[in-house]
Design a protein around this ligand. Structure first.
Ligand code: F6R
Length: 333
């Protein structure tokens, strides 16, 4: 798993190249939807965060069997399933076809590839044989490449180039060969042993990264974890700390910070720490790079590595996800 995590920049570049092959410029949609569950859905969450205030159409991520009633022929859909056999995504894909939306599939094969072929829609074949969550670059990259190719968003090529270069150097700095003394990802993993991680995004940019941290801690480290985002958490969860902080030493807070977090949100993080978090273990993890893609993916990379190092410290294999496999098996009968 750790070998795959440090290859994220390669997968992102390869995924981007695959996405570039998706035809020629197209008029932007009324609405863009990304269908995908778990490791195949997080690319949609990241895309939504990146596009939020940069394109003229909304992005909706669907993690369900059905679609909103408003979906129609002017909308575009990315149906993402690494295996191609995830029933929620297949069902939502069928619904998108019935609604007349323009669909593109991103998959390594399975039923989604079969249906894409039968329906004659464009699809991106990504390499098989990886745990879906380790294929993030292959799931996000094609969508970014396609958006660039279709002319739906400016500046993506430069952002991709920066992300690839910065992630490569960060992988070397935080990678498995770097000893704990010089490796902040290993140090944070140490601090999380025996604790329940609470991952907070300081602002919207890092919201999808915080969700990714939580799900990677669940699947790789096999621990329970929660996540939330400022400022919303100040309107409910902050009160829950009155009792949640007891007994001390149970929870460990990690705040994902970005140098461009708006000042009001920075203030909120400081005050929240003072009024609610008390003596709870508190860590800040900073984004690296200039462009938004790089900044958010640097947070994702750090979290992915922490989750694998924590698995090692917990003496569990990060790769198998027995409970997910068993659940899918039982649902088949
Ligand atoms: C496994 C993982 C899961 C899967 C999810 C959907 O590594 O991360 O969350 O991604 O069960 O399956 P796929 O990705 O095949 O559509």
């Amino acid at each position: 798993m750790v070998g795959l995590v440090v290859r994220t920049p390669d997968f992102l570049r390869e995924g981007w190249e695959l996405g570039l092959r998706l035809g020629s410029p197209l008029p932007p949609p009324r609405h863009l939807l990304v269908l995908g569950m778990g490791g195949s859905g997080i690319g949609g969450d990241l895309l939504r965060g990146l596009l939020y205030d940069r394109v003229g159409f909304p992005v909706t991520v669907v993690k369900d069997y059905s679609l909103p009633a408003w979906v129609g022929p002017q909308d575009a859909v990315f149906a993402c399933s690494y295996s191609g056999n995830t029933e929620e995504t297949l069902s939502a894909y069928e619904a998108a076809g019935r609604a007349g939306a323009r669909c593109v599939a991103v998959t390594s094969g399975g039923q989604l590839a079969d249906r894409a072929r039968a329906d004659g829609i464009p699809w991106v074949r990504i390499p098989p044989g990886l745990p879906p969550r380790a294929a993030l670059g292959y799931l996000l990259g094609p969508m970014l490449g396609a958006l660039h190719r279709w002319g739906w968003m400016e500046g993506l090529e430069e952002e991709l180039g920066e992300a690839e270069a910065v992630l490569r150097s960060l992988s070397a700095r935080w990678g498995p060969e770097v000893p704990t003394l010089d490796n902040p990802a290993k140090q944070l993993a140490r601090a999380l042993v025996g604790r329940l991680p609470v991952v907070y995004a300081a602002s919207r940019l890092s919201e999808a990264a915080a969700l990714r941290w939580k799900t990677q801690l669940n699947e790789n480290s096999k621990v329970y974890a929660t996540w939330n985002v400022f400022p919303e958490l100040n309107h409910n969860e902050t009160v829950g700390w009155a009792l949640a902080g007891q007994p001390e030493g149970l929870l460990e807070v990690v705040v994902l910070r970005d140098p461009e977090d708006p000042p009001r949100l920075v203030r909120r993080v400081e005050i929240t720490r003072q009024v609610a978090l008390g003596a709870t273990g508190f860590h800040e993890v900073w984004a690296h790079g200039r462009g938004r893609l790089t900044r958010v993916l640097s947070l994702v990379l750090f979290g992915d590595l922490v989750s694998v190092y924590l698995a090692y410290l917990n003496e569990v294999d990060p790769t198998p996800v027995a409970a997910i496999d068993e659940l899918k098996r039982r649902l088949e009968t």
